[in-house]
Structure formats: structure tokens, C-alpha cells
Ligand binder design. Structure first.
Ligand code: PGA
Length: 224
């Protein structure tokens, strides 16, 4: 199974989200090959919009098999007097996945390994699957996490995507537990996706910039 994860980051607005969803659903409905692959479990799509837009999409995608919602982060806290936090408990029936430890969070919000660990614990308490992002060998691997994303910081758009060969080399260096789903992220788009799909070592893709355009995102999925 190949994973295609859309990470919108802090972009889009409610009107754009409504338009994106409409275009995505319309286009996807006519893509027989993708629909079949979703049905057979050959591919899985996870859309991670900003928190406020989750409910704008939820109903629209609910009839598709193997399309799920995720978040780009989650609180390290359970519930309580933590003003502004969005917790796993709040989202347990809304999302299936949560991206944790993205390099932008580690960088701009000083997220420590301790915090990342607490966030993973929260996802597990509320049966949300964590998608842990690693910048490289310096970041901790949590044996309980089944989905690991390798995102070299310099490859993130507008950086330059890392060559598939190098991605596979890093996978070996990380010596992940067997059964780990290994995702690559960093400037994946409709022009370079085929080169990554040639290798069996990569189980999926975290797509930022190119996922903002639903047609481009579908083109990427369609390459599988
Ligand atoms: P990008 O983002 O595809 O825009 O490089 C990937 C990510 O950072 O998740």
C-alpha cells in the first residue's frame, strides 16, 4: 500500500478549502484507476488541513474508502487548563492520523523530544495514528510509532527534493523496526513522483506545496 499524505501547513482559508474539496471530490470521482486502488487497499490518502477546516471536509470525503483526515500537530496535554490547545481527546472521532514532530514545529516552536514523546502518547491514548517526522538520524525513533516520515530540512519546498537513492540510504541508516511504514517528504510533486515510485523501499509521500492544488495532488496519487 502506498500512502499519499497532504500537509497544507498554515495555508489556505475556509473558502479555498471548500473549493479545494469540491474540485478534489469531483475529479477523484472520475478517476476510475484511483478509485479502484483505494478500494483494493493499494493506496491510502490522508488529508491534513489546518484544524479549523477539518469539519469543512469531513462529510465530503466520508464516502470514499481509504481516504482519511489527519492533523498537522496535536497537543501534548490531555485535557485541562491549557488555553488554546487542540487535544487528541477532542479529535478522537474526527481524525485518524496526526503528524507529529514536523521539522517546522521543532524549529519555529522549539518542540523538544520530550514534547514529541508526549504528543505520541496522546495519540495512542485516543487511537489516533501518529505520523512521526524525522529530519535525519538526530531525531528519536519511538518503537511504538508505525509510520515514520523522513523529511530532510533542505528538501522541503522551496528547497530541492532529495534523490530517491539518498532517501533509501537514509532509510537504511535509520534502521527502523520491521513493519515500519516509511514515508518521504520534501518537494514531492507531479514531475518527480515517478522516480520515487520506482523504489519499493518508500511506502508513501508527505506532500506539502503540491497538495494545495487538488488536481496536482490527484496527479501525484495517479502516478502510483
Ligand atoms: P513540501 O512539504 O512538499 O512543500 O516540501 C513537505 C512537508 O514539509 O511536509
Amino acid at each position: 500500500m502506498k500512502y499519499f499524505i497532504a500537509n497544507w501547513k498554515a495555508r489556505m482559508d475556509s473558502e479555498k478549502t471548500i473549493a479545494w474539496t469540491k474540485e478534489f471530490v469531483n475529479k477523484l470521482s472520475s478517476e476510475e484507476k484511483i478509485i479502484n486502488k483505494l478500494h483494493n487497499g493499494e493506496i491510502r490518502i490522508i488529508i491534513c488541513p489546518p484544524f479549523p477546516f477539518l469539519y469543512l471536509m469531513k462529510d465530503k470525503i466520508k464516502n470514499f474508502k481509504n481516504i482519511f483526515l489527519g492533523t498537522q500537530d496535536i497537543s501534548a496535554f490531555d485535557e485541562g487548563t491549557y488555553t488554546g490547545e487542540v487535544t487528541a481527546k477532542m479529535l478522537q472521532n474526527v481524525i485518524s492520523y496526526a503528524i507529529i514532530g514536523h521539522s517546522e514545529r521543532r524549529h519555529y516552536f522549539n518542540e523538544s523530544e520530550e514534547l514529541v514523546g508526549k504528543k505520541i502518547t496522546q495519540t495512542q491514548l485516543y487511537r489516533i495514528k501518529p505520523i512521526l517526522c524525522l529530519r535525519g538520524v538526530q531525531d528519536k525513533i519511538y518503537p511504538a510509532v508505525k509510520i515514520i516520515t523522513y523529511e530532510p530540512v533542505g528538501a522541503i519546498w522551496p528547497g530541492k527534493n532529495e534523490e530517491p537513492k539518498k532517501v533509501v540510504e537514509m532509510k537504511k541508516k535509520l534502521s527502523l523496526p520491521t513493519q515500519t511504514i516509511f514515508i518521504y517528504g520534501g518537494s514531492v510533486d507531479e514531475t518527480n513522483i515517478a522516480s520515487y515510485l520506482e523504489t519499493k523501499e518508500i511506502d508513501g509521500f508527505l506532500v506539502g506545496n503540491a497538495s494545495l492544488n487538488p488536481i496536482k495532488f490527484i496527479q501525484i496519487v495517479n502516478a502510483a
